[in-house]
Every structure is written in structure tokens, then in C-alpha cells.
Design a protein around this ligand. Structure first.
Ligand SMILES: Cc1ncc(C[n+]2csc(CCOP(=O)(O)OP(=O)(O)O)c2C)c(N)n1
Ligand SMILES: [Mg+2]
Length: 673
């Protein structure tokens, strides 16, 4: 394609966009890997967005009221890195661009949140960014509802590719955004008709404009290389009163011999191809060279928002001290001072009353005291509100006419919910938690993994956490899900035994700034096992001695959640036979592993036989507890699940699958020989 017409139509724009294209080619050439085509195709859209619309200050990448720019098509990372470098972001220097994709560089293969400032979310798994963006836009609405336009008034812009739109999660996100008329969400679709295998048509013929329209979006279709059309479309999108999708017809790998082909998707490293493409761009500079006047133009764009930021800071300074403190606290992910006393008071009351309740209900009891003192919590459920017990009285339901509502009816959209909750957490100022059944962790897992990778404290409230849910049967009974969550790095999996441990788990989840939590909660009622009040949060140690052995200690039973009750019953039986038995409650294996060795040895001394009890699979953490670091600390056994469950009342299932006090006693005796 002859691109000279594009060059001459608007040379000022062209040279700015050409800088992105040239840097992309050079960085990918140096790395000998990456994805060239997308940045080459979307450089014009990105240039107009950054130059004319995006409210940002390159010198202050975390300013709360900035517009958010999300590169959902994360493989096009060089588009983002070029923009950050050109506009003067401190993290992304030319050296970093030269070290694209190398060990220790900030320019990771795909944009990673927390790795370089200016990266709003980790993308690469297609479909996540656009789904995070819905959470960003919801958080903006909620905070604007609470603090007003004076403090919160910004847009969320997204670049999504064909792949993002093909992923199922995008439909969950699109449906949510349309339903809630998230009018400050603007998505650019890189409509280049190419994916890795070839033309999009190989796999999909969806009319994307009709699709978005059907979900309640404002849609436009433009030439993605025409700067005026791009600008006009953004202006119109801002006025639309609905979420907006701008289909940008672009050419992947524009101006190269790989243009409009799937070859253009990946790393273009051929030197002649690169030289020819630069020729076509009229780019006469050396590798990684951006002429000073052009760099200055880009830096002026990067500084354009400094005045906006200063004005915003003045506005923040003009509100009451109390409001400022709260605003700053919630953006720093801090908890209110009152939280620990509130949790302690609840623990005290519960230890006296000793109710028998399901831990999902316990969680609701805890939320009833937390939500009133933490205005930043935003709860929700994927259409299981009454089952997940996630709604408390004071929250209000988020809706078009109730933007400060703090409860989200996510609909039957576990993946979209999890991804949007991540977006909320990333936006800042809100602490999202959301519920579904533990078995549907599978449906939310890609986003749960990213929460862990991004180091954000999203809280996943996963109820109905074992065969203990009973009659709904094996489709709904988690067996491997706790293990999968435990296998994920940087994730705290809490399986509390009663209301007290549930309160402690919530306290830890909310105090966490960099680790997501999975609360694994029961459907069935559980007795209060912590009847002696402690001000100390024992769950913070991961595991602790709940009941000490009488006489010589010959067995240690380690149990979690609903099986702690069984361990205590087994202990009674064993003690009656003169077998001294300690019960260790282990609500969070990850936190236990973080304790020093002396503590761990105190809780699990070598010598006595050990039996683990959990209505799930043994794989995933148990062997370390049962056998010790070196694998031979104790004779050990496990009472749990090794197959799928079945449909029957919970009591019957525990009997049939052999997760009982009697089976535990038999196992201990077998080990004692
Ligand atoms: C969930 C997920 N599946 C697969 C991939 C691998 N992948 C990376 S880019 C891509 C094709 C994307 O096509 P498109 O979004 O149109 O990008 P373009 O080729 O236009 O740059 C695929 C399949 C991925 N990154 N994420
Ligand atoms: Mg494409």
C-alpha cells in the first residue's frame, strides 16, 4: 500500500505516529521477539488519543483523577512503551526501550502492572484488559457518586484487538458496560481483520458493531489512520451518554511488506523489511533515534495534564480534612483505624454466643460490621447473592440512578466479575469483593491468577466449598478447587472453621495490600469452635493449636474449615481411648508457611502421627504439613476426597466418602500400629 498520501495529509501527526512505529521496529529487532504489527497499525489512534484527549501527566503517573489508558491487546506492548518513553515517563527510558523483553528491564514482553509506572493493568491474556476496564469505569462512577465531579471525573480508554473481542469474557464485560451505561468507557477496536492464524474470517464473522449496539453501546466506524476521523470519533464518544466502541479500520504492520497479513502480527526482524518500512514512513533517523524537536513535541503532550493535576490537587485540598484523609487512605489501600477493634468486638460477642452457622453466613455477619466503617468496600455476586451472603444492609445497589451504590449484581458472569473486580482494585479507591460458588472458581480463574500476578488485594468469596453442599451434586461440589487456589503464587486461601476464623480471615484480607484472598466458605452450618476469646488474630499465623492433647501427645489432627469439627470429635474419641491427640486448625496454609520455623515446629512437632482432614484432594499443600519439609517428619495419613462427589444430603456424603471422626480414629490407630 502506498502510504505517502497519509504522510502528506498531516505531516505533523504523521511524524509523531512514525516515532512509535520506528521505536517498535527497533526494539523488536533488538529483542528478536515481540509483536510489531499492532503498534504499527494503531499508532495513529494512540497518537490522537494521547495528543488531544487523554488526561494524564507523565510526571505523575499515579494521580488519582487521570484518565486510564488500557492496552487490552497486550501483545502490542511496544505501543504503550513507545508512548510512555516519548511522553517522558520516568520509568521507560530509551535504555529500557533498547532492553525490551530482557532480564531486569521494565519493558516486559507484555505490560505488567507494578513493573513500570504508566501500566494500568497487566494484559496479554486476551480479553482481560477490556474486562478490567469495565471495573475501572464502575469504580470511577462509584467514586464520582460518592465524592462528586470535583474529585472524580475521568475516562477509561481501551485498545482491544480482534482477539480480545473473540474471547468470551469480552461479552460479559460488554453486557455489563451496556447495562450500566458506563458512558466514560471508550473502546477502540483495532479492526485489522488479522489474528495469528490468518484472517479473522477463518474463525469469526460476528458483526461487531451490531454486537456492541445490541448490548447498549454507542458505536462508530472510522478509518483508523485518519487523525481527524479519530479525533471526531472521540469527541462524539464522549457525548454519547453510553459506553462507546469505535471500530478503527486499520492495517496491521502498516507500510511494511507484511502489512495486512498474519506475518505482520509477530516479530518483524528482517533488516530489509525494517529499512523499507522506515523508508515508506519517511523516517531517516538511526535505530532508537528520535529527533529532539519531535521528542520535545511528545514531551509537551506528556506535560499537558500537569495543569489539570495541579487544579485537581487544589480541589482536593479544598475539601474537609476528614474527606481528604479518607480519600488518601482509600487510594493507599489502607484500612480505617477502627477496623481491628470492630473485628475484636465481633469475635468477643461470637465466642460468647457460640452460634452454629454456615461460614458463608459468618462472612455476612462480618461484612455487616465492616461495610459501615469501610465506605470503600464494593460487594457483589454473580447472581448468587442469597447464597454467597455478600449483600449487607447499608450498601445500596449500584445502578444508573444510584452511582454511589456499593453492591453490584454481576449477573451470571463469574469471569467478567473477577476481571472487573481486578479493574476496580487497580483503579484504586475501592475494595472489591465478589462471590460465586467455589466450584465456579474455574470460571473466574484467569482473572484470579492475574490478581495474584498483579499483586492486588481482590477478595473472592467462594461459598459452597465442598461435598458439604449436598444435594446439588458433583457438578457443584468443589474437590480440586481449594488446591488450585493454593497452588497459585501470591494468593491467600482461607478456609475458616467458624465465625471467629471468618472474621479473622476478613481482617487479614482487608489488611492485605498486595495479595488477593480466596475465602472458601461452607453452605452447611458449623459450630463455633473458638469459644475462648482471644484478642489476637490467630488466623494470621495460618495454623494454630486449637485443642491440646491430654496426656502424652501421640497424634496431631490437622484440619481446615468444616472438617475442624470432625477433628475435634475424633480427638474426643481418641482421648477416650487414652490416645493423646492435638487438633491444629489450619485456616490458611500460605500464612502458616510464612511463620518462622520455631513456630511451625511448636505447632507440628516431630514424633506424633499426623492426619490431615479436608473434604478436598490431598494434592496442593497437604504433604508439606503432613510429612514435613524433608518428607519424613511423621507417619501421616489423609482423610479427604480422591474422586468427584455425588448428589445426596451432606451427612450421607461425609459418611459415604469416609470423612468422619470414626474414619479419622481408624487412620490414627493404623498409623500408630
Ligand atoms: C487468552 C489468550 N489466548 C491466546 C493468546 C495468544 N495470542 C496472542 S495475540 C493472538 C492473536 C490476537 O489477534 P488480534 O487481537 O487481532 O491481534 P493482532 O494480530 O491484530 O495484533 C493470540 C491468539 C493470548 N495472548 N491470550
Ligand atoms: Mg487483529
Amino acid at each position: 500500500m502506498d502510504i505517502s498520501a497519509l504522510r502528506t495529509a498531516n505531516p505533523e501527526h504523521w511524524s509523531k505516529a512514525a516515532a512509535i512505529r520506528a521505536l517498535t521496529l527497533d526494539a523488536i529487532h533488538a529483542a528478536n521477539s515481540g509483536h510489531s504489527g499492532m503498534p504499527m497499525g494503531m499508532a495513529d489512534v494512540a497518537t490522537v488519543l494521547f495528543e488531544k484527549h487523554l488526561k494524564f501527566d507523565a510526571a505523575a503517573p499515579y494521580w488519582p483523577d487521570r484518565d486510564r489508558f488500557i492496552l487490552s491487546a497486550g501483545h502490542g506492548s511496544m505501543l504503550l512503551y513507545s508512548l510512555l518513553y516519548l511522553t517522558g515517563n520516568e520509568d521507560i527510558t530509551l535504555e529500557e526501550i533498547r532492553n525490551f523483553r530482557q532480564w531486569g528491564s521494565k519493558t516486559a514482553g507484555h505490560p505488567e502492572y507494578g513493573h513500570a509506572s504508566g501500566v494500568e493493568t497487566t494484559t496479554g491474556p486476551l480479553g482481560q484488559g477490556i474486562s478490567n476496564a469495565v471495573g475501572f469505569a464502575m469504580a470511577e462512577e462509584i467514586l464520582r457518586g460518592r465524592y462528586g465531579k470535583k474529585l472524580v471525573d475521568h475516562y477509561t480508554y481501551v485498545i482491544a484487538g480482534d482477539g480480545c473481542l473473540m474471547e468470551g469474557v469480552s461479552q460479559e464485560a460488554i453486557g455489563l458496560a451496556g447495562r450500566h451505561q458506563l458512558s466514560k468507557l471508550i473502546v477502540f477496536w483495532d479492526n485489522n481483520n488479522i489474528t495469528i492464524d490468518g484472517s479473522v474470517d477463518l474463525a469469526d464473522r460476528t458483526d461487531q458493531l451490531q454486537r456492541f449496539k445490541a448490548s447498549g453501546w454507542h458505536v462508530q466506524e472510522i478509518d483508523g489512520h485518519d487523525p481527524k476521523a479519530i479525533d471526531d470519533a472521540i469527541v462524539a464518544a464522549k457525548k454519547a451518554g453510553k459506553p462507546s466502541m469505535i471500530a478503527c479500520k486499520t492495517h496491521i504492520a502498516l507500510g511494511s511488506s507484511a502489512q495486512d497479513t498474519s506475518k505482520g502480527h509477530g516479530a518483524l526482524t528482517d533488516e530489509k523489511l525494517i529499512a523499507d518500512a522506515k523508508d515508506a514512513y519517511g523516517w531517516t533517523y538511526g535505530p532508537f533515534e528520535v529527533p529532539a524537536d519531535l521528542k520535545a513535541q511528545w514531551e509537551a503532550i506528556g506535560a499537558r495534564g500537569a495543569a489539570d493535576r495541579a487544579e485537581w490537587e487544589a480541589r482536593l485540598a479544598s475539601v474537609s480534612d476528614r474527606k481528604q484523609e479518607e480519600f488518601n487512605r482509600i487510594f493507599e489501600r489502607g484500612v480505617p483505624k477502627r477496623l481491628s477493634a470492630t473485628i475484636r468486638a465481633l469475635k468477643k460477642q461470637i465466642s460468647e454466643e457460640a452460634p452454629k452457622v454456615a461460614t458463608r453466613k459468618s462472612s455476612e455477619m462480618v461484612l455487616e460490621v465492616i461495610n459501615p466503617i469501610m465506605p470503600e468496600t464494593v460487594g457483589g455476586s454473580a447472581d448468587l447473592t442469597g447464597s454467597n451472603n455478600t449483600l449487607t444492609g447499608d450498601m445500596g445497589v449500584f445502578d444508573i440512578d444510584n452511582r454511589s451504590g456499593r453492591y453490584i449484581h454481576w449477573g451470571v458472569r463469574e469471569h467478567g466479575m473477577a476481571a472487573a473486580m481486578n479493574g476496580m482494585a487497580l483503579h484504586g479507591g475501592v475494595r472489591p469483593y465478589g462471590g460465586t460458588f467455589m466450584a465456579f472458581t474455574d470460571y473466574a480463574r484467569p482473572a484470579m491468577r492475574l490478581a495474584a500476578l498483579m499483586k492486588i488485594p481482590t477478595v473472592f468469596v467462594m461459598t459452597h466449598d465442598s461435598i458439604g453442599l449436598g444435594e446439588d451434586g458433583p457438578t457443584h461440589q468443589p474437590v480440586e478447587h481449594v488446591a488450585i487456589s493454593r497452588a497459585t503464587p501470591n494468593t491467600m486461601v482461607f478456609r475458616p472453621a467458624d465465625t471467629i476464623e471468618t472474621a479473622e480471615a476478613w481482617e487479614l484480607a482487608l489488611n492485605s495490600k498486595e495479595t488477593p484472598s480466596v475465602l472458601s466458605l461452607t453452605r452447611q452450618g458449623l459450630p463455633t469452635v473458638r469459644t475462648k476469646h482471644t484478642t489476637k488474630n490467630l488466623t494470621a499465623q495460618g495454623g494454630y493449636v486449637l485443642a491440646e492433647a491430654e496426656g502424652k501427645r501421640r497424634a496431631i489432627l490437622i484440619a481446615t474449615g468444616s472438617e475442624v469439627e470432625i477433628a475435634l470429635a475424633a480427638r474426643d474419641l481418641l482421648q477416650a481411648e487414652g490416645i493423646g491427640t492435638r487438633v491444629v486448625s489450619m485456616p490458611c496454609m500460605e500464612l502458616f508457611a510464612q511463620q518462622d520455623e520455631a513456630y511451625r515446629k511448636r505447632v507440628l512437632p516431630a514424633g506424633p502421627v499426623r492426619v490431615g482432614i479436608e473434604a478436598g484432594v490431598r494434592i496442593g499443600g497437604w504433604d508439606r504439613l503432613l510429612l514435613g519439609e524433608r518428607g519424613r517428619e511423621a507417619k501421616a495419613g489423609f482423610i479427604g476426597m480422591s474422586d468427584f462427589g455425588a448428589s445426596a444430603p451432606a451427612g450421607v456424603l461425609y459418611e459415604k466418602f469416609g470423612i468422619t471422626a470414626e474414619a479419622t480414629v481408624a487412620k490414627v490407630k493404623e498409623l500408630l500400629g
